[in-house]
Design a protein around this ligand. Structure first.
Ligand SMILES: Cc1cc2nc3c(=O)[nH]c(=O)nc-3n(C[C@H](O)[C@H](O)[C@H](O)COP(=O)(O)OP(=O)(O)OC[C@H]3O[C@@H](n4cnc5c(N)ncnc54)[C@H](O)[C@@H]3O)c2cc1C
Length: 464
Protein backbone atom coordinates (compact mmCIF):
# COMPACT_ATOMS: atom_id res chain seq x y z
CA UNK A 1 0.00 0.00 0.00
CA UNK A 2 1.08 3.55 -0.49
CA UNK A 3 1.66 5.46 2.71
CA UNK A 4 2.14 9.04 3.75
CA UNK A 5 5.86 9.41 4.54
CA UNK A 6 6.25 10.05 8.25
CA UNK A 7 8.23 13.28 7.78
CA UNK A 8 5.49 14.74 5.58
CA UNK A 9 2.83 13.54 8.03
CA UNK A 10 4.58 15.00 11.05
CA UNK A 11 5.23 18.32 9.34
CA UNK A 12 1.59 18.44 8.24
CA UNK A 13 0.43 17.72 11.78
CA UNK A 14 2.63 20.48 13.16
CA UNK A 15 1.07 22.87 10.68
CA UNK A 16 -2.41 21.76 11.73
CA UNK A 17 -1.54 22.25 15.41
CA UNK A 18 -0.22 25.75 14.67
CA UNK A 19 -3.34 26.61 12.69
CA UNK A 20 -5.67 25.33 15.44
CA UNK A 21 -3.87 26.27 18.68
CA UNK A 22 -7.05 26.44 20.80
CA UNK A 23 -7.73 22.71 20.49
CA UNK A 24 -6.85 20.28 23.31
CA UNK A 25 -3.72 18.70 21.79
CA UNK A 26 -1.52 15.99 23.30
CA UNK A 27 1.98 15.58 21.89
CA UNK A 28 3.79 14.24 24.95
CA UNK A 29 5.04 10.83 23.69
CA UNK A 30 4.02 8.72 26.73
CA UNK A 31 0.46 10.09 26.68
CA UNK A 32 0.17 9.73 22.91
CA UNK A 33 1.40 6.13 23.25
CA UNK A 34 -1.23 5.43 25.92
CA UNK A 35 -3.96 6.94 23.74
CA UNK A 36 -2.78 4.70 20.88
CA UNK A 37 -3.42 1.51 22.88
CA UNK A 38 -6.40 -0.55 23.85
CA UNK A 39 -6.76 -3.98 25.49
CA UNK A 40 -5.08 -5.83 22.60
CA UNK A 41 -2.50 -6.97 25.17
CA UNK A 42 -4.99 -9.79 25.98
CA UNK A 43 -3.45 -11.35 22.85
CA UNK A 44 0.27 -12.23 22.92
CA UNK A 45 0.10 -12.32 19.11
CA UNK A 46 -1.27 -8.79 18.77
CA UNK A 47 1.13 -7.52 21.42
CA UNK A 48 3.95 -8.32 18.98
CA UNK A 49 2.13 -7.13 15.86
CA UNK A 50 1.22 -3.77 17.41
CA UNK A 51 4.50 -3.08 19.18
CA UNK A 52 5.60 0.49 18.43
CA UNK A 53 2.40 1.42 16.57
CA UNK A 54 1.65 4.91 17.82
CA UNK A 55 0.05 8.10 16.61
CA UNK A 56 2.10 11.25 16.05
CA UNK A 57 -0.29 13.28 18.21
CA UNK A 58 -3.73 13.16 19.82
CA UNK A 59 -6.50 15.71 20.11
CA UNK A 60 -9.71 15.85 22.15
CA UNK A 61 -12.33 18.04 20.46
CA UNK A 62 -14.73 19.75 22.85
CA UNK A 63 -17.56 20.02 20.35
CA UNK A 64 -18.56 19.16 16.79
CA UNK A 65 -17.20 22.45 15.46
CA UNK A 66 -13.70 21.66 16.79
CA UNK A 67 -13.96 18.13 15.42
CA UNK A 68 -14.94 19.49 12.02
CA UNK A 69 -11.98 21.91 11.96
CA UNK A 70 -9.43 19.21 12.71
CA UNK A 71 -10.98 16.64 10.35
CA UNK A 72 -11.03 19.19 7.51
CA UNK A 73 -7.37 19.99 8.13
CA UNK A 74 -6.40 16.29 8.16
CA UNK A 75 -8.32 15.71 4.92
CA UNK A 76 -6.53 18.62 3.24
CA UNK A 77 -3.12 17.38 4.40
CA UNK A 78 -3.73 13.58 4.04
CA UNK A 79 -3.11 12.88 7.71
CA UNK A 80 -4.49 9.50 8.92
CA UNK A 81 -7.12 9.65 11.68
CA UNK A 82 -7.86 6.97 14.26
CA UNK A 83 -10.88 7.49 16.50
CA UNK A 84 -10.86 6.57 20.14
CA UNK A 85 -13.74 6.16 22.59
CA UNK A 86 -12.93 4.52 25.93
CA UNK A 87 -10.01 2.52 24.48
CA UNK A 88 -11.33 -0.81 25.81
CA UNK A 89 -11.40 -2.64 22.46
CA UNK A 90 -9.61 -5.97 22.31
CA UNK A 91 -7.99 -6.12 18.89
CA UNK A 92 -5.96 -2.93 18.61
CA UNK A 93 -8.97 -1.48 16.81
CA UNK A 94 -8.05 1.99 18.08
CA UNK A 95 -4.29 1.57 17.55
CA UNK A 96 -3.07 3.53 14.53
CA UNK A 97 -1.00 1.38 12.16
CA UNK A 98 0.27 4.33 10.14
CA UNK A 99 0.75 7.10 12.70
CA UNK A 100 -1.21 10.31 12.22
CA UNK A 101 -3.74 11.68 14.65
CA UNK A 102 -5.78 9.94 17.35
CA UNK A 103 -9.04 11.79 17.89
CA UNK A 104 -10.28 11.16 21.40
CA UNK A 105 -14.08 11.42 21.18
CA UNK A 106 -14.68 11.33 24.93
CA UNK A 107 -15.73 15.00 25.25
CA UNK A 108 -18.44 14.60 22.61
CA UNK A 109 -20.77 13.11 25.19
CA UNK A 110 -23.99 15.13 25.17
CA UNK A 111 -27.12 13.12 25.88
CA UNK A 112 -29.65 14.37 23.31
CA UNK A 113 -33.06 12.94 24.27
CA UNK A 114 -35.13 9.94 25.35
CA UNK A 115 -38.75 9.37 24.44
CA UNK A 116 -41.10 6.51 23.58
CA UNK A 117 -38.47 3.82 24.18
CA UNK A 118 -35.80 5.49 22.05
CA UNK A 119 -32.69 7.38 23.17
CA UNK A 120 -30.08 9.41 21.32
CA UNK A 121 -26.68 10.72 22.39
CA UNK A 122 -23.30 11.80 21.10
CA UNK A 123 -20.98 8.89 20.45
CA UNK A 124 -18.41 9.75 23.15
CA UNK A 125 -20.86 9.22 26.02
CA UNK A 126 -20.01 6.35 28.35
CA UNK A 127 -22.48 3.47 28.28
CA UNK A 128 -23.09 3.80 32.03
CA UNK A 129 -23.94 7.51 31.66
CA UNK A 130 -26.26 6.84 28.74
CA UNK A 131 -28.05 4.22 30.87
CA UNK A 132 -28.41 6.64 33.79
CA UNK A 133 -30.09 9.21 31.53
CA UNK A 134 -32.55 6.74 30.03
CA UNK A 135 -33.30 5.07 33.40
CA UNK A 136 -34.49 8.39 34.74
CA UNK A 137 -37.16 8.25 32.02
CA UNK A 138 -38.06 4.58 32.63
CA UNK A 139 -35.86 2.96 29.94
CA UNK A 140 -32.55 1.09 29.90
CA UNK A 141 -30.01 -0.07 27.33
CA UNK A 142 -30.98 -3.29 25.57
CA UNK A 143 -27.37 -4.47 25.67
CA UNK A 144 -24.03 -3.17 26.88
CA UNK A 145 -20.52 -4.53 27.25
CA UNK A 146 -19.16 -5.54 30.66
CA UNK A 147 -16.87 -2.49 30.22
CA UNK A 148 -19.98 -0.27 30.56
CA UNK A 149 -18.27 2.05 33.08
CA UNK A 150 -15.62 3.20 30.57
CA UNK A 151 -16.68 2.11 27.09
CA UNK A 152 -18.32 4.70 24.86
CA UNK A 153 -21.47 4.36 22.81
CA UNK A 154 -19.46 5.04 19.61
CA UNK A 155 -16.84 2.46 20.57
CA UNK A 156 -19.48 -0.21 21.19
CA UNK A 157 -21.16 0.60 17.89
CA UNK A 158 -17.94 0.71 15.85
CA UNK A 159 -16.02 -2.02 17.66
CA UNK A 160 -18.24 -4.14 19.89
CA UNK A 161 -20.75 -6.96 19.77
CA UNK A 162 -23.22 -6.57 22.63
CA UNK A 163 -23.05 -8.43 25.91
CA UNK A 164 -25.16 -7.85 29.01
CA UNK A 165 -28.77 -7.93 27.81
CA UNK A 166 -28.01 -9.92 24.63
CA UNK A 167 -29.83 -12.87 26.26
CA UNK A 168 -33.04 -10.91 25.51
CA UNK A 169 -32.26 -8.68 22.56
CA UNK A 170 -29.44 -10.48 20.75
CA UNK A 171 -26.30 -8.70 19.55
CA UNK A 172 -26.31 -4.92 19.12
CA UNK A 173 -26.43 -5.45 15.34
CA UNK A 174 -29.76 -7.34 15.45
CA UNK A 175 -32.24 -5.32 13.37
CA UNK A 176 -34.31 -2.90 15.43
CA UNK A 177 -31.86 -1.82 18.12
CA UNK A 178 -29.68 0.65 16.20
CA UNK A 179 -32.20 3.00 14.65
CA UNK A 180 -29.93 5.63 13.20
CA UNK A 181 -26.60 7.40 13.36
CA UNK A 182 -25.24 10.70 12.19
CA UNK A 183 -21.70 10.62 10.90
CA UNK A 184 -19.10 13.05 9.56
CA UNK A 185 -17.23 12.58 6.29
CA UNK A 186 -13.45 13.01 6.07
CA UNK A 187 -13.18 15.65 3.35
CA UNK A 188 -11.74 19.17 3.10
CA UNK A 189 -15.31 20.34 3.72
CA UNK A 190 -16.68 17.61 6.04
CA UNK A 191 -20.39 16.85 5.73
CA UNK A 192 -22.70 15.42 8.37
CA UNK A 193 -25.00 12.70 7.08
CA UNK A 194 -27.83 10.88 8.88
CA UNK A 195 -28.03 7.16 8.15
CA UNK A 196 -31.09 5.13 9.17
CA UNK A 197 -31.72 1.43 9.77
CA UNK A 198 -29.77 -1.01 7.58
CA UNK A 199 -27.60 1.80 6.18
CA UNK A 200 -26.59 2.85 9.69
CA UNK A 201 -25.64 -0.75 10.47
CA UNK A 202 -23.04 -0.63 7.69
CA UNK A 203 -20.90 1.45 10.05
CA UNK A 204 -21.38 -1.12 12.84
CA UNK A 205 -18.22 -3.09 13.70
CA UNK A 206 -16.24 -1.40 10.91
CA UNK A 207 -13.67 -0.21 13.49
CA UNK A 208 -14.14 3.46 12.64
CA UNK A 209 -12.96 2.97 9.04
CA UNK A 210 -16.05 4.23 7.23
CA UNK A 211 -17.20 7.37 8.99
CA UNK A 212 -16.83 9.41 12.16
CA UNK A 213 -19.94 8.56 14.15
CA UNK A 214 -21.28 11.64 15.90
CA UNK A 215 -24.62 10.55 17.34
CA UNK A 216 -26.37 7.22 17.79
CA UNK A 217 -30.08 6.56 18.23
CA UNK A 218 -31.05 3.31 19.95
CA UNK A 219 -34.23 1.45 20.77
CA UNK A 220 -34.35 0.77 24.51
CA UNK A 221 -35.82 -1.76 26.93
CA UNK A 222 -38.20 -0.90 29.80
CA UNK A 223 -36.03 -0.13 32.85
CA UNK A 224 -36.16 -2.78 35.56
CA UNK A 225 -34.69 -3.46 38.96
CA UNK A 226 -32.15 -6.31 38.74
CA UNK A 227 -30.72 -8.79 41.22
CA UNK A 228 -27.72 -11.03 40.81
CA UNK A 229 -26.98 -14.50 42.10
CA UNK A 230 -24.38 -17.25 41.84
CA UNK A 231 -25.34 -20.93 41.64
CA UNK A 232 -22.79 -23.73 41.97
CA UNK A 233 -22.88 -27.34 40.80
CA UNK A 234 -20.78 -30.44 41.30
CA UNK A 235 -21.62 -31.90 37.90
CA UNK A 236 -20.79 -29.96 34.74
CA UNK A 237 -23.82 -31.34 32.86
CA UNK A 238 -26.16 -30.08 35.63
CA UNK A 239 -24.55 -26.65 35.51
CA UNK A 240 -25.00 -26.43 31.74
CA UNK A 241 -28.58 -27.76 31.97
CA UNK A 242 -29.41 -25.10 34.60
CA UNK A 243 -27.96 -22.25 32.54
CA UNK A 244 -29.75 -23.47 29.43
CA UNK A 245 -33.13 -23.92 31.16
CA UNK A 246 -32.78 -20.53 32.84
CA UNK A 247 -32.04 -18.96 29.45
CA UNK A 248 -35.06 -20.63 27.85
CA UNK A 249 -37.57 -20.24 30.71
CA UNK A 250 -40.16 -17.75 29.42
CA UNK A 251 -41.40 -16.83 32.91
CA UNK A 252 -37.96 -15.98 34.31
CA UNK A 253 -36.82 -12.43 33.51
CA UNK A 254 -33.06 -12.20 32.99
CA UNK A 255 -30.38 -9.79 31.87
CA UNK A 256 -27.25 -11.99 31.80
CA UNK A 257 -26.38 -15.66 32.24
CA UNK A 258 -22.69 -16.48 32.49
CA UNK A 259 -21.16 -19.93 33.07
CA UNK A 260 -17.72 -20.66 34.50
CA UNK A 261 -16.83 -24.32 34.17
CA UNK A 262 -14.21 -25.61 36.57
CA UNK A 263 -11.29 -24.74 36.79
CA UNK A 264 -12.19 -21.10 35.89
CA UNK A 265 -13.80 -20.32 39.31
CA UNK A 266 -10.43 -21.02 40.95
CA UNK A 267 -9.03 -17.89 39.25
CA UNK A 268 -11.86 -15.60 40.43
CA UNK A 269 -10.26 -15.04 43.79
CA UNK A 270 -12.37 -12.03 44.80
CA UNK A 271 -15.49 -14.20 44.50
CA UNK A 272 -13.85 -17.15 46.28
CA UNK A 273 -16.27 -17.20 49.20
CA UNK A 274 -19.16 -17.87 46.76
CA UNK A 275 -17.30 -20.41 44.59
CA UNK A 276 -16.55 -23.67 46.40
CA UNK A 277 -13.40 -25.42 45.15
CA UNK A 278 -13.83 -27.77 42.23
CA UNK A 279 -17.38 -26.65 41.41
CA UNK A 280 -18.87 -25.21 38.23
CA UNK A 281 -20.80 -21.95 38.53
CA UNK A 282 -23.49 -19.79 36.92
CA UNK A 283 -23.57 -16.05 37.59
CA UNK A 284 -26.98 -14.70 36.63
CA UNK A 285 -28.61 -11.28 36.67
CA UNK A 286 -32.36 -11.76 37.12
CA UNK A 287 -35.51 -9.87 38.07
CA UNK A 288 -35.98 -10.06 41.85
CA UNK A 289 -39.31 -11.82 41.16
CA UNK A 290 -37.43 -14.62 39.35
CA UNK A 291 -34.96 -15.41 42.15
CA UNK A 292 -37.18 -17.88 44.00
CA UNK A 293 -37.95 -19.95 40.90
CA UNK A 294 -34.33 -19.81 39.74
CA UNK A 295 -33.14 -21.12 43.10
CA UNK A 296 -35.73 -23.95 42.93
CA UNK A 297 -34.55 -24.82 39.40
CA UNK A 298 -30.91 -24.89 40.54
CA UNK A 299 -31.77 -27.10 43.50
CA UNK A 300 -33.77 -29.49 41.32
CA UNK A 301 -30.55 -30.02 39.35
CA UNK A 302 -28.40 -30.57 42.44
CA UNK A 303 -27.12 -26.99 42.56
CA UNK A 304 -26.92 -24.45 45.35
CA UNK A 305 -27.31 -20.67 45.42
CA UNK A 306 -24.24 -19.19 47.11
CA UNK A 307 -24.69 -15.43 46.62
CA UNK A 308 -27.38 -12.79 46.07
CA UNK A 309 -27.29 -9.00 45.78
CA UNK A 310 -29.05 -6.05 44.22
CA UNK A 311 -27.19 -5.23 41.00
CA UNK A 312 -27.49 -1.45 41.26
CA UNK A 313 -26.09 -1.49 44.78
CA UNK A 314 -23.41 -4.06 43.88
CA UNK A 315 -22.35 -1.87 40.92
CA UNK A 316 -22.13 1.18 43.17
CA UNK A 317 -19.96 -0.84 45.57
CA UNK A 318 -17.73 -2.11 42.70
CA UNK A 319 -18.62 -5.74 43.33
CA UNK A 320 -21.22 -6.57 40.68
CA UNK A 321 -20.88 -9.99 39.03
CA UNK A 322 -21.44 -8.16 35.73
CA UNK A 323 -17.80 -7.08 35.92
CA UNK A 324 -16.80 -10.75 36.02
CA UNK A 325 -18.72 -11.69 32.87
CA UNK A 326 -17.87 -11.50 29.15
CA UNK A 327 -14.23 -10.52 28.63
CA UNK A 328 -13.99 -9.47 32.26
CA UNK A 329 -13.62 -13.19 33.06
CA UNK A 330 -10.50 -13.15 30.86
CA UNK A 331 -9.24 -10.00 32.61
CA UNK A 332 -9.61 -11.56 36.09
CA UNK A 333 -7.91 -14.80 34.98
CA UNK A 334 -5.05 -12.82 33.39
CA UNK A 335 -4.53 -11.00 36.68
CA UNK A 336 -3.82 -14.40 38.26
CA UNK A 337 -1.91 -15.99 35.37
CA UNK A 338 -0.32 -13.92 32.60
CA UNK A 339 0.40 -17.04 30.52
CA UNK A 340 -3.28 -17.48 29.61
CA UNK A 341 -4.98 -16.13 26.50
CA UNK A 342 -8.42 -16.53 24.92
CA UNK A 343 -10.57 -17.27 21.88
CA UNK A 344 -14.06 -16.15 20.89
CA UNK A 345 -16.51 -18.77 19.68
CA UNK A 346 -20.24 -19.19 19.14
CA UNK A 347 -22.09 -22.47 19.27
CA UNK A 348 -24.88 -23.55 16.93
CA UNK A 349 -28.31 -22.94 18.48
CA UNK A 350 -29.98 -26.26 19.24
CA UNK A 351 -26.66 -28.11 19.23
CA UNK A 352 -24.90 -25.86 21.72
CA UNK A 353 -24.99 -28.21 24.72
CA UNK A 354 -23.63 -31.11 22.64
CA UNK A 355 -20.93 -28.88 21.14
CA UNK A 356 -19.86 -27.68 24.60
CA UNK A 357 -19.61 -31.31 25.76
CA UNK A 358 -17.62 -32.14 22.60
CA UNK A 359 -15.13 -29.34 23.31
CA UNK A 360 -14.69 -30.55 26.89
CA UNK A 361 -14.18 -34.08 25.65
CA UNK A 362 -11.63 -33.00 23.04
CA UNK A 363 -9.57 -30.59 25.14
CA UNK A 364 -10.26 -31.30 28.82
CA UNK A 365 -8.90 -28.50 31.04
CA UNK A 366 -6.45 -27.40 28.32
CA UNK A 367 -9.30 -25.23 27.07
CA UNK A 368 -11.21 -23.74 30.01
CA UNK A 369 -14.76 -22.82 29.16
CA UNK A 370 -16.38 -19.53 30.09
CA UNK A 371 -19.77 -19.25 28.37
CA UNK A 372 -22.39 -16.54 27.91
CA UNK A 373 -25.97 -17.35 26.91
CA UNK A 374 -27.49 -15.07 24.27
CA UNK A 375 -30.17 -14.90 21.62
CA UNK A 376 -28.61 -15.17 18.19
CA UNK A 377 -29.26 -12.72 15.33
CA UNK A 378 -32.26 -14.84 14.33
CA UNK A 379 -33.63 -14.97 17.88
CA UNK A 380 -32.60 -18.48 18.93
CA UNK A 381 -31.20 -19.13 22.38
CA UNK A 382 -27.63 -20.41 22.29
CA UNK A 383 -24.33 -19.73 23.95
CA UNK A 384 -21.09 -18.10 23.00
CA UNK A 385 -17.79 -18.64 24.78
CA UNK A 386 -14.56 -16.87 25.51
CA UNK A 387 -12.50 -20.04 26.05
CA UNK A 388 -9.27 -19.62 28.01
CA UNK A 389 -6.10 -21.51 27.22
CA UNK A 390 -2.41 -21.38 27.95
CA UNK A 391 -0.54 -19.50 25.21
CA UNK A 392 2.04 -21.67 23.48
CA UNK A 393 2.41 -20.17 20.01
CA UNK A 394 0.31 -18.64 17.25
CA UNK A 395 0.49 -21.97 15.41
CA UNK A 396 -0.99 -23.73 18.46
CA UNK A 397 -3.83 -21.18 18.65
CA UNK A 398 -4.54 -21.72 14.95
CA UNK A 399 -4.59 -25.48 15.48
CA UNK A 400 -7.12 -25.12 18.33
CA UNK A 401 -9.21 -22.80 16.13
CA UNK A 402 -9.06 -25.38 13.31
CA UNK A 403 -10.31 -28.12 15.64
CA UNK A 404 -13.18 -25.94 16.90
CA UNK A 405 -14.19 -25.21 13.32
CA UNK A 406 -13.99 -28.90 12.48
CA UNK A 407 -16.65 -29.43 15.16
CA UNK A 408 -18.88 -26.91 13.37
CA UNK A 409 -18.27 -24.19 15.97
CA UNK A 410 -17.83 -20.64 14.72
CA UNK A 411 -14.61 -18.91 15.82
CA UNK A 412 -13.99 -15.16 15.64
CA UNK A 413 -10.23 -15.05 15.96
CA UNK A 414 -9.38 -12.31 18.52
CA UNK A 415 -5.68 -12.44 17.59
CA UNK A 416 -6.06 -10.55 14.32
CA UNK A 417 -6.03 -6.86 13.60
CA UNK A 418 -8.13 -6.44 10.47
CA UNK A 419 -11.89 -6.11 10.26
CA UNK A 420 -12.41 -9.02 7.86
CA UNK A 421 -10.42 -11.62 9.81
CA UNK A 422 -12.41 -11.05 13.01
CA UNK A 423 -16.17 -11.01 13.45
CA UNK A 424 -16.88 -10.44 9.75
CA UNK A 425 -15.20 -13.76 8.92
CA UNK A 426 -14.48 -12.76 5.32
CA UNK A 427 -14.68 -9.89 2.87
CA UNK A 428 -16.91 -7.00 3.90
CA UNK A 429 -19.94 -6.55 1.63
CA UNK A 430 -19.44 -4.19 -1.35
CA UNK A 431 -22.01 -1.77 0.07
CA UNK A 432 -19.78 -1.27 3.15
CA UNK A 433 -16.88 -0.40 0.85
CA UNK A 434 -19.17 1.93 -1.10
CA UNK A 435 -20.10 3.64 2.16
CA UNK A 436 -16.41 4.03 2.97
CA UNK A 437 -15.86 5.66 -0.40
CA UNK A 438 -18.65 8.09 0.45
CA UNK A 439 -17.41 8.93 3.95
CA UNK A 440 -13.65 8.54 3.57
CA UNK A 441 -12.71 8.86 -0.10
CA UNK A 442 -8.98 9.26 0.68
CA UNK A 443 -8.83 6.25 3.00
CA UNK A 444 -7.61 8.29 5.97
CA UNK A 445 -9.74 6.58 8.64
CA UNK A 446 -7.85 3.92 10.61
CA UNK A 447 -5.77 2.90 7.55
CA UNK A 448 -4.64 -0.72 7.33
CA UNK A 449 -7.61 -2.19 9.22
CA UNK A 450 -9.95 -2.73 6.25
CA UNK A 451 -8.25 -5.38 4.14
CA UNK A 452 -10.81 -5.24 1.31
CA UNK A 453 -10.06 -1.53 0.87
CA UNK A 454 -6.32 -2.19 0.77
CA UNK A 455 -6.88 -5.06 -1.70
CA UNK A 456 -8.99 -2.79 -3.88
CA UNK A 457 -5.83 -0.67 -4.13
CA UNK A 458 -7.49 2.45 -2.86
CA UNK A 459 -5.92 2.70 0.60
CA UNK A 460 -4.81 6.29 1.20
CA UNK A 461 -5.22 7.00 -2.48
CA UNK A 462 -4.52 10.64 -1.95
CA UNK A 463 -1.40 10.14 0.14
CA UNK A 464 1.74 11.83 -1.08
C1 LIG B 1 -12.48 -6.57 30.10
C2 LIG B 1 -13.20 -6.36 28.81
C3 LIG B 1 -14.53 -6.77 28.70
C4 LIG B 1 -15.22 -6.58 27.49
N1 LIG B 1 -16.53 -6.97 27.38
C5 LIG B 1 -17.21 -6.77 26.22
C6 LIG B 1 -18.58 -7.13 26.10
O1 LIG B 1 -19.21 -7.59 27.04
N2 LIG B 1 -19.18 -6.93 24.90
C7 LIG B 1 -18.52 -6.35 23.84
O2 LIG B 1 -19.12 -6.18 22.78
N3 LIG B 1 -17.24 -5.97 23.95
C8 LIG B 1 -16.57 -6.16 25.11
N4 LIG B 1 -15.28 -5.73 25.22
C9 LIG B 1 -14.68 -4.96 24.13
C10 LIG B 1 -14.93 -3.41 24.33
O3 LIG B 1 -14.90 -3.08 25.70
C11 LIG B 1 -16.28 -2.98 23.79
O4 LIG B 1 -16.47 -3.34 22.46
C12 LIG B 1 -16.49 -1.47 23.96
O5 LIG B 1 -17.83 -1.18 23.65
C13 LIG B 1 -15.59 -0.62 23.13
O6 LIG B 1 -15.89 0.73 23.43
P1 LIG B 1 -14.72 1.82 23.56
O7 LIG B 1 -15.35 3.14 23.71
O8 LIG B 1 -13.76 1.43 24.61
O9 LIG B 1 -14.09 1.66 22.11
P2 LIG B 1 -12.60 1.94 21.59
O10 LIG B 1 -11.72 0.82 22.02
O11 LIG B 1 -12.18 3.30 21.96
O12 LIG B 1 -12.85 1.87 20.03
C14 LIG B 1 -13.32 0.72 19.40
C15 LIG B 1 -13.37 0.95 17.90
O13 LIG B 1 -14.38 1.90 17.62
C16 LIG B 1 -13.84 3.00 16.88
N5 LIG B 1 -14.55 4.20 17.32
C17 LIG B 1 -14.61 4.72 18.55
N6 LIG B 1 -15.39 5.80 18.56
C18 LIG B 1 -15.84 5.96 17.30
C19 LIG B 1 -16.69 6.92 16.65
N7 LIG B 1 -17.24 7.94 17.31
N8 LIG B 1 -16.94 6.77 15.31
C20 LIG B 1 -16.40 5.74 14.61
N9 LIG B 1 -15.57 4.83 15.17
C21 LIG B 1 -15.32 4.94 16.49
C22 LIG B 1 -12.36 3.00 17.21
O14 LIG B 1 -11.58 3.60 16.18
C23 LIG B 1 -12.07 1.52 17.32
O15 LIG B 1 -11.84 0.97 16.05
C24 LIG B 1 -14.56 -5.96 26.40
C25 LIG B 1 -13.24 -5.56 26.52
C26 LIG B 1 -12.56 -5.74 27.71
C27 LIG B 1 -11.15 -5.26 27.83
Amino acid sequence: MSDTPSTHRQAALREIQQALPALAWTSEPARVARLSQDFSWFSPVLKGVLEGKVADAAVRPRDEAELREVVAACARQNVPITLRGGGTGNYGQATPLHGGLVIDMSDLKRFAWVRDGVGRAQSGIRMSEFDQHTRAAGWELRCMPSTFRIASLGGLFAGGFGGIGSINYGPLGAAGTILGVSAMTVEPEPRIIELRGAEALMQHHAWGTNGIVLEIELALAPAADWSEAIYTFTREADCMAFANQLALAPGLAKKNICVWLDPIPRYLTRLAEHLPAGQHAVAAVLAPSSLEAARALAESLGGKQTYEDNTEEATRQNRTVLEYTWNHTTLHVLKEDKGITYLQVSFTAGQHLEQVAQVRQAFGDDVMLHLEFIRSMDGQTTCTALPLLRYQSEAHLNEVIRRFREMGIRVNNPHVNVVEDGKFGGAVPPEVLALKRRFDPRGLLNPGKLKSWVQAGVEMAGAQ
